[in-house]
Design a protein around this ligand. Structure first.
Ligand SMILES: [Zn+2]
Length: 271
């Protein structure tokens, strides 16, 4: 396994102390590539907490330029960056905060053309996209390539969080077979709300990678942050789900073999 440098051991000392994380967990984080789609109020804050925790590599994917009305929640951005691509600034800020993390910034939206390449290059995906078109593409690709996905979504003061492991938990299509009505541009959002959800999403990824605590596997956490009502639900795992039921065991095995052989290449590049 990948080793930690003395500087990294010092940097992460306070979390290495955590029972259930330790140096082994820290090495697992360093060996992990996380894909974050939608680097806005949600994804930018997810990326920040994964970076300070010592994730090995971040792949940040988000098209479009920074707008003035993004700055109430997009904490990796600065006022002078309005009009320029968000992911480039996100990479710059994160590299200043933690130069040990490798960051790849891709100024694109998730599309049918790029989603498979993005997912195959990652060990875990964090779905922070602003619309269900991108969310569904990412879910389908994660099922296809057998990659875990942390799903974080919000609408006004409500937030939703779950962790999807293909074949073991319901996928996004099982949980939301119909597109929710709040799939739209421009809903109201407060930075403290997107930030709350984002820190929990980053925590899910850290738990899944390191074995710390209990991730939300097969559980959907719903949060009404206006009234601070939190509830955990057991979403239906649809045996006839058009996304996660149609892949035969043979296809899963083929995919795993492919991914495992490519994973060796990724790890040797990182080390
Ligand atoms: Zn499904």
């Amino acid at each position: 396994m990948i080793e930690l440098t003395p500087a990294e051991i010092e940097r992460y000392q306070r979390q290495i102390m955590l029972p259930g994380l330790g140096e082994e967990g820290q090495k697992k984080l360093k060996s992990t590539t996380a894909l974050v789609t939608g680097v806005g109020g949600l994804g930018g804050t997810v990326a920040l907490y994964l970076a300070v925790a010592g994730i090995g590599k971040l792949i940040l994917v988000r098209g479009g330029d920074l707008r003035l009305d993004d700055l109430n929640r997009q904490i990796l951005m600065t006022n002078d960056w309005v009009g320029k691509p968000r992911v480039i600034k996100a990479k710059e800020t994160l590299e200043k905060i933690n130069p040990h993390v490798e960051i790849e910034a891709i100024p694109e939206f998730v599309t049918p053309d790029n989603v498979d390449i993005l997912v195959r290059g990652a060990d875990i995906a964090l779905d922070c996209a602003f619309n269900f078109e991108e969310r569904n593409l990412l879910n389908e690709a994660c099922v296809r390539w057998d990659k875990p996905m942390v799903e974080a979504a919000m609408n006004d003061m409500e937030a939703y969080l779950t962790t999807i492991v293909p074949g073991k938990t319901p996928c996004l299509s099982c949980i939301f077979p119909e597109k929710p009505e709040w799939d739209r541009w421009g809903f109201g959002v407060l930075g403290a709300v997107s930030g709350t959800l984002a820190t929990l999403a980053a925590l899910e990824a850290i738990k899944l990678v390191t074995g710390l605590g209990q991730p939300l596997l097969g559980r959907l956490l719903t949060m009404d942050l206006g009234n601070l009502h939190f509830a955990k639900h057991r979403p239906y795992h649809d045996p006839d789900c058009p996304v996660c039921s149609k892949i035969s065991q043979q296809k899963i095995n083929q995919t795993l073999n492919l991914v495992n052989s490519e994973q060796l290449t990724v790890n040797s590049v990182l080390s």
